[in-house]
Design a protein around this ligand. Structure first.
Ligand code: PPY
Length: 302
């Protein structure tokens, strides 16, 4: 049985994602996202499940930063979960002055709290389930959690299906140490983090390398390097798998152009996306072109 570290404690959305990505495996809660990834790097876990992006709040920056630092890890699978929240309180609570949760959850229920718990102050906790623990301990009055959290903590449900934006989704990754890659499926996602040189047009040049090969970008985030003010790392996701010639070609080009590129994985997409290939940008076009150059070099132009 594999050991899967996840951003916990028990009852987080990430635990639900881990159950979907690694059914039947041993799940080990970690208090923070960096701690879940550190468990894999240290060999205490075989893989980790962490949130990567939310359709309302965007990137989970703790995941981006932790993936770009320390020893490399690669994503091998992803899952998309619908996100609606429950609001939990201690039995007998009559007045709600504080509402605790993960910042991504608080941001997604702000209007509901204003309308239904006027005057209540939002308080950030490390995760939605950590908010439930704190409410149980009497630190705060209400917690915004995953529906499953009520099964783990002795709290009462004040409201369910709470969300300012309908159909919000969060994408979660299963990451491992670099090793065997998942097989290409024809609907895959590749992720990298690139440190572009600090000069005019550097980001545009990176994106052009993708565009001229007809490779569709699926996500772009910038995070400060933290060393020099104004210097950024770019997290770039695009359609395709590193095993494909066209993706290998663009990765080689990015490697040439950047101060540093870290490969963050190629794995099947969970959003049913189909990969559209522009004329002249199919894998066969790349291999035919390479074969043609080889034949020219041999003096046997066809
Ligand atoms: O805190 C949690 O439960 C998490 O898994 C992170 C999170 C927070 C809000 C929405 C989706 C995931």
């Amino acid at each position: 049985m594999s050991r899967i570290a996840y951003f916990g404690p028990q009852g987080t959305f990430t635990e639900q994602a881990a159950r979907r990505l690694a059914p039947g495996e041993e799940l080990i809660p970690a208090e923070t996202i960096p701690a879940a990834l550190a468990a894999v790097r240290a060999g205490r876990a075989d893989a980790a499940c962490v949130p990567i992006e939310n359709s309302v709040e965007g990137a989970v920056t703790a995941t981006l930063d932790s993936l770009s630092e320390a020893e490399p890890l690669v994503a091998v699978a992803e899952v998309l979960l619908p996100v609606h929240f429950s609001v939990l309180t201690r039995p007998g609570t009559t007045e709600i002055r504080t509402v605790a949760s993960h910042p991504h959850a608080l941001a997604q229920v702000r209007h509901w709290v204003e309308a239904n718990l006027p005057g209540a102050h939002p308080v950030a906790t490390s995760s939605t389930a950590a908010a439930a623990v704190a409410v149980d301990a009497g630190e705060f009055d209400a917690a915004v959690t995953a529906p499953v959290a009520v099964e783990h903590y002795p709290l009462e449900v004040l409201a369910t299906e709470v969300a300012d934006v309908r159909d919000a989704k969060t994408r979660f990754l299963l990451v491992r140490k670099p090793g065997e890659l998942p097989e290409p499926t024809g609907a895959d996602r590749t992720s990298i983090v690139a440190a572009a040189t600090n000069r005019t047009g550097a980001l545009a040049e990176l994106l052009t390398e993708l565009a001229v090969r007809g490779i569709n970008l699926t996500k772009l985030d910038a995070r400060p390097t933290r060393n020099n003010f104004g210097e950024y790392r770019f997290f770039i996701d695009f359609e395709g798998h590193v095993a494909e010639p066209r993706i290998g070609d663009v990765l080689a080009a990015l490697r040439r152009r950047c101060r540093n590129v870290r490969f963050l994985g190629s794995h099947p997409r969970a959003d049913n996306g189909t990969t559209e290939i522009e004329p002249g940008a199919a894998n066969e076009d790349f291999t035919d072109a390479i074969d043609w150059v080889a034949s020219v070099r041999k003096g046997a132009q066809a």
